[in-house]
Design a protein around this ligand. Structure first.
Ligand code: DON
Length: 304
């Protein structure tokens, strides 16, 4: 398997020049655009990897599935989904237009930026420091690495420049969907997005979801019902306006981030982490998707 993965990464690396590293967060420009790596952790304890599987990058939107789990644990499913929908948006991740026009009167789903900012606003804690610390602790727990922390430069870069997210936040507050302080919510959100991880961490978290919320010691960390919600939303909305094509061609519940990561959950089988910072026009890893397409076909991983 490792030999196959070596060949796969070598081959797909050729596609990285067709993508573009995110630059709307200035600090994200400073990476090697041809990085590409994969890590697979399966249910029997096997590990397979190749390429840049241990290079650190920021988790970005992949953190949205962790905050969703924490928010459901904190507030219950009913409360969370009273503030955010469960429908694919068909729009780019940072789109603002439907916030006013949709009859839903709330963000379409928790994985687009507007929905994720709302979700973060519901995380419990006496102040923004405690809220963020709870998110970090949860991600440390499910990635089984206590040393995870934020990339301070990326955090500062996004909090200095994230005007689109700020506008989403203030509009949602105006609509009464966000009830907490917008500036504190955004600060927690920018911090959660700047947590540094590797493809290996993504595979560990993905395996935890593949095992319906059990860690490597088979301890039940979260309720399987919450995991089911998250996996379903990953399948339908995890790659924004590319989610439909990804479901047809790859068929694995997944979540992408503009740092170049993709976390993929093959239920009851394996967790996959992919890293490739050159992105396609949807803001998803271009070569990463190509790797997953090939792998899913070869190992017959599509869930449908
Ligand atoms: O809020 C943002 O724009 C970034 N911190 C995260 C966006 C993101 O990762 C979109 N995913 N592909």
């Amino acid at each position: 398997m490792n030999v196959y993965l070596e060949e796969l990464i070598r081959d797909k690396k050729k596609e990285t020049p067709n993508g573009k590293v995110a630059d709307y967060i200035p600090e994200l420009k400073n990476v090697n655009a041809d990085n590409l790596g994969i890590y697979i952790s399966d249910i029997s304890g096997n590990k397979f990897f190749s390429g840049d599987f241990d290079k650190s990058f920021t988790i970005q939107s992949i953190s949205k599935i962790m905050t969703l789990m924490l928010a459901i644990m904190d507030n219950g499913e009913e409360y969370v989904f009273s503030k955010v929908g469960m429908e694919p948006s068909g729009d780019p991740f940072n789109s603002i237009k439907k916030l006013e026009t949709s009859t839903m009167k709330k963000p379409a789903n928790p994985l687009i930026n507007a929905g994720a900012i709302v979700v973060t606003s519901t995380i419990k804690g006496k102040n923004k420091k405690e809220k963020f610390q709870r998110i970090l602790n949860f991600i440390r727990k499910i990635s089984e690495d206590d040393t995870l922390d934020i990339n301070y430069r990326v955090y500062c870069s996004e909090s200095r420049t994230g005007d689109r997210n700020k506008s989403l936040g203030y509009f949602l507050k105006d609509q009464g969907i966000i009830e907490e302080s917008v500036s504190e919510t955004l600060d927690v959100y920018f911090k959660q997005c700047s947590i540094e991880i590797t493809a290996k961490h993504l595979a560990t978290i993905a395996l935890f979801l593949a095992k319906n919320g059990k860690n490597s010691k088979d301890e039940q960390i979260i309720d399987p019902k919450t995991v089911k919600i998250v996996k379903t939303l990953m399948y339908t909305c995890g790659l924004y306006d590319e989610s439909g094509e990804f479901a047809v061609k790859i068929g694995i519940p997944s979540k992408s981030g503009v740092g170049g990561g993709i976390l993929c959950v093959v239920p009851d089988k394996m967790g996959i982490g992919v890293y490739g910072p050159a992105l396609n026009r949807y803001g998803n890893s271009l070569a990463g998707i190509s790797v997953l397409k090939e792998l899913s076909n070869k190992l017959n991983l599509s869930v449908l």
